[in-house]
Design a protein around this ligand. Structure first.
Ligand SMILES: *Cc1c(COP(=O)(O)O)cnc(C)c1O
Length: 400
């Protein structure tokens, strides 16, 4: 072995490979607030790729709550929630969220990723089984990987395949102690919905738990944005763990797990990401509470997201674009190969529209797309400008 060899040479080589294959990630710089019209890389553009579905990140009440709480509580919590950082605001957020979700209890975390990674790492172990949709979010995949539980994958949204997996699992020797079916509620690349009522039925048949990740459903689905469990009118006996994030429609940052009091006590006592990592600043908790206040008092925002979504989707379909299987304000514009998706994104950027091409390995090689996300505060004129740019671009790259 050549001892003079640079031990980290492979890092640069790997990066070079990503650049060569057009897979390197280079985010644009946001030079101000995230709003329907924002400044990225020095250009004022219409943003059609934000998770800020209700535009709450700049809502005056939310911003004010954050400032006030900072003055009162300081910039940081000074500790993990489990030690000396569990402020009145963090606890109030747990309570307010549980009320909003109509759940017996909620526990809030620093991020949604940490919620999935931490809670899933504990719910199952040796002798247990996780059954997971093939398109589940990376944080679910990572959380499950941290356990010694067995895992089985079912085809995307395919309840027959899920039934097959469960039937097989029922004959496993020795019998599994616990089985959890885990699914995204809204799938982030396609904007389609998990068949949650059917999943709940299958789970009940086999005595399995159901864990749903509602990151893109909260603030969008259900009464006043209460999420996918509310949307389908399911109960806490059917859906045992509902996970969500505050980094999307809530417009801030954070995560939560909601469900039975037992689930919450279990999670508090076992989840390492909660126990061993710093609390979000109290101001973040205060802003999240204010975001819940806004959602509870102004359901027009949720209605407007859907109006904008219908408007955009109808016009894009009429132009001849393939919008995939969208059922939510996530609207994919299917492009086929990566090159076409990138060309189209570059073209509309030139027209003042910011969208992201989603390419392999995020999606299959032949299913590259542009993912459009609509927000409540987009105006019709803005959407028209976006549609016009897509019309020109779509013709140029040969999609329509
Ligand atoms: C964004 C997202 C997460 C992670 O949430 P953060 O709070 O941003 O860490 C988890 N699951 C899904 C499905 C997501 O889309």
């Amino acid at each position: 072995m050549n001892v003079k060899r640079n031990p980290i040479a492979y890092l640069g080589e790997e990066y070079e490979r990503l650049v060569r294959e057009g897979l390197a990630w280079e985010p644009r710089e946001l030079q101000g607030p995230n709003k329907p019209i924002s400044v990225f890389d020095g250009r004022e553009v219409l943003v059609l790729c934000s998770n800020n579905y209700l535009n709450l990140s700049t809502h005056p009440k939310v911003v004010e709550a954050m400032l006030e709480a900072t003055k009162k509580y300081g910039a940081g919590a000074g500790s993990d929630r489990s030690i000396a950082g569990d402020t009145t605001l963090h606890r109030e957020l747990d309570r307010r969220l549980a009320e909003f979700k109509d759940a017996p209890a909620s526990l809030t975390f620093q991020t949604g990723f940490m919620t999935n990674q931490g809670v899933l790492a504990q719910l199952g172990g040796k002798g247990d089984l996780y059954v997971s949709d093939e398109l589940n979010h990376g944080s679910i995949i990572d959380g499950i990987r941290l356990t010694k539980a067995d895992r089985a994958i079912f085809k995307h949204k395919d309840v027959d395949d899920l039934a097959r997996v469960m039937k097989e699992a029922a004959t496993h020797q020795p019998a599994y102690n616990h089985i959890w079916i885990v699914t995204d509620g809204v799938f982030s690349m396609d904007g389609d919905l998990a068949p949650l009522p059917e999943i709940a039925d299958i789970a009940a048949k086999y005595g399995a738990g159901v864990y749903v990740d509602d990151a893109h459903g909260e603030g969008v689905l259900g009464k006043g944005g209460r999420g996918i469990v509310n949307h389908f009118g399911l109960t806490r006996d059917q859906i045992h763990a509902e996970m969500g994030t505050f980094s999307k429609a809530f417009g801030i940052v954070g995560g939560h797990i909601s469900g039975s009091k037992e689930l919450i006590k279990f999670s508090m006592n076992k989840t390492r990401t909660w126990l061993l990592s710093g609390a979000v600043p109290p101001s973040v908790a205060a802003a999240t509470i204010a975001a819940i206040d806004v959602m509870e008092s102004d359901s027009r925002r949720v209605e407007r997201v859907w109006e904008n979504r219908e408007y955009f989707l109808d016009k894009m379909k009429a132009l001849g674009f393939d919008t995939g299987h969208s059922e939510t304000p996530i609207v994919p514009i299917m492009c086929g190969d990566s090159k076409t998706a990138k060309e189209l994104a570059d073209f509309v950027w030139g027209e003042g529209i910011y969208v992201l091409p989603i390419v392999y390995p995020m999606v299959a090689r032949n299913l590259a797309r542009i993912r459009v996300q609509l927000c409540s505060e987009h105006t019709k004129a803005q959407l028209d400008a976006g549609i016009e740019a897509f019309k020109k671009g779509g013709k140029k790259v040969g999609l329509i």
